[in-house]
Design a binder for this molecule. Structure first.
Ligand code: ADP
Ligand code: GLC
Length: 487
């Protein structure tokens, strides 16, 4: 089985969030199970030089889309058994960061067309192209339209994974028509049109053969109006093709027993873990103490992650005997709020604005509790990393948080974290206080921390679930296509 992952980010090359973790770890897990899974992504300027040095150029060609005709280089390298391809065009991708440019539409439409062309130059015929989020949403669309009868894609099926329904790649219809070189007939409600705009995500949602999302609960939630981002009726229509598969983490890459970012390696020993807390306190300029509970957050600073609850309650929580550390970057309003709080509470609260993999690992290891009271959360990898580093998660019961964190139950001693149901600052604060109270009971705390060990959060289970989705698709591959063909 040959699977081509088309993604806008993947560890170890380029990362802004959980998508990169998934696109890095899942292909590794699939390859280990005998599925030849390769990954294609843009050649961004931020890919570390040491890794770029290992790529060789295997082709150059031109990509035409709309009236444009652009250069494209194709590079190839192998890391840890996974073959990576890079799409090279310096005009589009040799920039600071990955996203957030005025011409992101053109950059990722180019990427989608470039992937369609690049396959001609690979020694690999994909049985399935597995696309992720809006940046690659137009690939399933192109497969069902312009490339329908292209031998380079003969019998290839598509899977589209929703990592976050909120980011849809919405642009003007005329602009997308111009980029795609198609007429208005592709912009009706049953194709790429979305409330008067053109939607790249609908390219995936309408045209992919199978849809997946990154947890069972989120798969259900997005079929409701509240979480559906105005796409719930389409998702209900396609519910027979939509399946939730919870993410895993790469347990080799994130292993407190073998993590160069940490001072003291550990696995189950709370006392060894606490040595890392003291090192973190020293590094951040907090009073050093193994006893004071430390709450950590590593996150994009955006509304989704529950920062309205965190900002509303921070002052009150800091009245407790506690330390609180946040690493993140994002909305300026949260950055200002936390910088100001850190200035006023130098002995209790620290914030580090930016993206820093080393500090992230030190916070997972150094914190006793990990706060993630998200408004919605398709899966969430941070709470899984927290569990792996024995930091007890405090979450809201939504999406993947609900599927991976079980609230501690005093009566039977089960549960690996703390959770609350309603998106409400008081409920969040009550839950934090309960966690802090239990932290002071050594025996109970040991039990909760150890409960975090019971579930397997690696890709073992979920890689199998993806293989079963791929197998189902390929079993029907030779059946007559029912799709309209637009050449
Ligand atoms: P999302 O993809 O919505 O941002 P996830 O929880 O799925 O959320 O994944 C976030 C990933 O990005 C985790 O690996 C987390 O450790 C990492 N991360 C988030 N913010 C930062 C940051 N400021 N510095 C380092 N790593 C970060
Ligand atoms: C998105 C979601 C996050 C998920 C990640 C990887 O960024 O916000 O919940 O874990 O994708 O699937």
């Amino acid at each position: 089985m040959n699977i081509l992952f088309a993604t806008s980010e993947a560890v170890p090359l380029a990362k802004t969030g959980g998508l990169a973790d998934v696109a890095g770890a899942l292909p590794k897990a699939l390859n280990k199970r005998g599925v030849d899974t390769r990954v294609v992504l843009p050649k961004y300027a931020q890919i570390p030089a040491a890794l770029i040095g290992q790529f060789v150029q295997i082709a150059t060609f031109n990509v035409s889309f709309g009236w444009r005709n652009q250069y494209c280089g194709l590079l190839k390298a192998e890391f840890e058994g996974v073959t990576y391809y890079l799409i090279d065009n310096e005009h589009y991708f040799k920039r600071h960061g990955l996203y957030g440019y005025d011409d992101d539409s053109e950059r990722f439409v180019f990427f989608c067309f470039a992937v369609m062309e690049a396959v001609r130059y690979m020694d690999f015929h994909p049985d399935i192209v597995h696309c992720h989020d809006w940046q690659t949403g137009l690939i399933p669309f192109l497969l069902k339209t312009r490339y329908f009868y292209d031998p380079a894609w003969a019998y290839t099926k598509s899977v589209f994974t929703i990592h976050n329904l909120k980011y849809q790649g919405l642009f003007g219809i005329e602009h997308l028509q111009d980029l795609l070189g198609v007429g208005h007939d592709m912009f009706y409600a049953d194709s790429l049109e979305f409330h008067g705009a053109g939607s790249c995500m609908k390219g995936g949602l309408v045209y992919a053969d199978k849809l997946t999302t990154v947890s069972n609960t989120y798969a259900e939630e997005i079929q409701t109006e509240y979480f559906g981002e105005k796409l719930d009726s389409l998702l209900r229509y396609r519910s027979g093709d939509l399946i939730g598969i919870v993410n895993g983490i790469d347990d080799e890459l994130f292993d407190p027993m073998n993590d160069p970012a940490l001072e003291v390696p550990y696995r189950n020993s709370i006392s060894r873990k606490r040595k890392n807390k003291v090192e973190l306190q020293r590094e951040l300029g907090l009073p050093q103490s193994e006893e004071i509970p430390l709450i950590g957050i590593v996150s994009r600073l955006v509304e989704q992650k529950g920062f309205d609850l965190i900002t509303a309650t921070l002052e009150e929580i800091l009245n407790e005997d506690v330390q609180f550390v946040i690493l993140g970057a994002g909305d300026a309003q949260y950055e200002h709020f936390f910088n100001d709080a850190a200035y006023r509470h130098p002995d209790k609260f620290k914030v580090w604005i930016g993206y820093d993999d080393r500090l992230a690992r030190r916070i997972y290891a150094g914190s006793d509790l990990f706060a993630m009271p998200s408004q919605f959360e398709p899966c969430g990898l941070s709470q899984l990393l927290a569990l792996r580093y024995r930091s007890v998660p405090i979450v809201r019961e939504t999406g993947g948080l609900k599927d991976t964190v079980q609230a501690y139950d005093e009566y039977n001693g089960e549960g690996n974290g703390f959770s609350f149901t309603n998106y409400n600052a008081h409920d969040y604060m009550y839950t934090v206080r309960r966690a802090l109270a239990l932290y002071r009971n050594e025996e109970v705390w040991k039990q909760i921390v150890n409960n975090g060990n019971k579930e397997d959060y690696s890709w073992n289970r979920s890689a199998k679930a993806y293989i079963s989705v791929y197998s189902q698709l390929l079993a029907h591959r030779k059946e007559k296509e029912s799709w309209p063909v637009i050449l």
